[in-house]
Design a binder for this molecule. Sequence first.
Ligand SMILES: Nc1ncnc2c1ncn2[C@@H]1O[C@H](COP(=O)(O)OP(=O)(O)O)[C@@H](O)[C@H]1O
Ligand SMILES: [Mg+2]
Length: 257
Amino acid sequence: MGTKIAIKDLTKVFYKKESRVTALEGISLDIADGEFVCLVGPSGCGKTTLLRILADLEKPSGGTFTIAKSKKERPLQSMVFQERGVIPWLTVEGNVSFGLKMRHLPEDVIKERTAYYLEKVGLDRFANLYPKELSGGMKQRVSIARAFANDPEILLMDEPFGALDEQNKFILQEELLNIWSETKKTVLFITHSIDEALLLSDRILLMSSQPGTIINEKHIDLPRPRNMEQVRADPSMAEYFVEIWNHLQDEVQRSRN
Ligand SMILES: Nc1ncnc2c1ncn2[C@@H]1O[C@H](COP(=O)(O)OP(=O)(O)O)[C@@H](O)[C@H]1O
Ligand SMILES: [Mg+2]
C-alpha cells in the first residue's frame, strides 16, 4: 500500500497579542492508503489544529504535508465535525448532495450517489426533512453520508461522535466501519475515547499535551469486522487500554502544572 498522507516536521504557532502558543511541534507521520488512523490526546494538544491544517483551513508555521491524488476530479479531503456539520436551510438530501452539486456533476450521478449513501446511513426515509427536525445522531449521519458522497481522497473526522449518547455512538461507529470497509477510504479520526480508538483503528497515535507531538503509536491487529465485545474481551487490548489511560492521565496532569 502506498502512502496517502505524508506529514513532515509540521509545526503550528498561534500568536495572540503578547503571547504565542506552540500548538504543534515537529509532527512527522505517514498514513497508508486505506488506513484508518485514530489520534488520541489530551484536550488542547492540537488535534483539531492538525486536522484543520490537513483540510487547508489553517496554514502550518513550518513543515510540509502532502495528500496523494489518485483521481483528478476528486476533492482532496472531506471533514466531519462534532457538530454544526449540517447546513440548516437544506434538507437531508440537499445536505448530502451539496458538494456534488457544487462540482456540477451530472444530475443522475448526484441522484444515484446521494441515494446510495442515504440508504447506507439509514436516512433514505428522511431525505426531505430539515436539520431542525433531526436528532443529534441523525445529523451526524447526514455529515457522514455527505463526506463519503463527496468521494474525497481522504476523510478527516474531528470527534464526530463526541456529542452522542452511548447507544447512538455504537450504532454510528458500526455504520461508519461498514461504509469504510466498502470504500477503503483513508481516514484520520480524532477521538478522546480509548474504546472508540480501539474499535475503529488500524493504528492509534498518541499525542502529548501542549506542544502537541506524537509520542507513541500502536497497530491494532484485531480482525475485522470488530465489535465492542471482542475488543473488550481481548487481553492485549485491555492491557493497551490501561497503558493509554495512564498516559492520558499523566498528560492531563502535566498540562495542569
Ligand atoms: N485560532 C487560534 N488562535 C489561537 N490559538 C488557537 C487557535 N486554535 C487553537 N488554538 C490553541 O492551540 C491549542 C490546540 O488547540 P486544538 O487544536 O483545538 O486542541 P484539541 O483539538 O487537541 O483540543 C490550544 O491551546 C488552543 O487554545
Ligand atoms: Mg479539538
